[in-house]
Write a protein that binds this ligand. Structure first.
Ligand SMILES: Cc1cc2nc3c(=O)[nH]c(=O)nc-3n(C[C@H](O)[C@H](O)[C@H](O)COP(=O)(O)O)c2cc1C
Length: 204
């Protein structure tokens, strides 16, 4: 099939999220300008640069109260956020932290997660997550939106601090992805977990 998004797809469910898979799940922690901690998963997220390392996530739609989602608002207002790697060990907690709740509600508490202090930025890290990237917001980009109620905001940050669980680093100094079992988002309500890896050298 072929379709132009502006003309509709004709399928039972919009297939677009199933067309770019697997997507990493950036579990984003922030604090509001008045000090409330916030946590939410974003599968529109990725590392987008290495030197300096840059990370982006994109919040789409709206918060319960009609404004931009907390994560985008906080990262924009305070200039800081933390990426936490989402893994199989906390898949239920990750899902729970996606609940649409009031601005003052702390999703760490809601999901039963522990806060760990960050080093360079103020938002706490998810202690149960084996990798955390402390980020300073570099730019926020307002993306096109289908309706005036939507606030589609891409947040791009520079990674200023990197935490890696010591046990995840093998004797050869490489991170072991199978040990971490990262989660990936597929289309619809489907997920995948990385538990198999193959290695391929670049052509010379
Ligand atoms: C696995 C997963 C991935 C998600 N990815 C996104 C995303 O990329 N963009 C988005 O706007 N919402 C996404 N959501 C929904 C948000 O997590 C949800 O709207 C959340 O309440 C936003 O919280 P906040 O207002 O505290 O930022 C995702 C939810 C789940 C469970």
């Amino acid at each position: 099939m072929f379709y132009e998004p502006k003309n509709g797809h004709g399928l039972a469910r919009d297939p677009i999220k199933a067309c770019v898979v697997p997507r990493p799940i950036g579990w984003i922690s922030t604090i509001s300008s008045d000090g409330n901690a916030n946590l939410a998963p974003f599968s529109y997220s990725n590392l987008v640069g290495t030197d300096p390392p840059m990370f982006m996530f994109s919040a789409n739609g709206a918060h319960l109260d009609g404004g931009a989602k907390d994560s985008a608002l906080n990262a924009s207002e305070t200039g800081e956020f933390v990426y936490n790697l989402s893994t199989w060990a906390t898949h239920e907690e990750m899902n729970r932290s996606s609940l649409h709740v009031g601005r003052n509600e702390d999703e760490f508490d809601l999901a039963g997660l522990t806060k760990a202090d960050s080093v360079v930025v103020k938002p706490p890290r998810v202690a149960e997550s084996p990798i955390n990237l402390e980020c300073k917001t570099w730019k926020t980009v307002e993306l096109p939106a289908a309706t005036s109620n939507d606030h589609n905001i891409m947040v791009i940050g520079e990674v200023v601090g990197v935490h890696i669980m010591d046990d995840a680093i093998k004797d050869n100094g490489f991170i072991d992805p199978v040990l971490l079992r990262p989660l990936a988002r597929l289309g619809y309500l489907d997920y995948s977990v990385v538990d198999e890896v193959f290695t391929m050298s670049r052509p010379k």
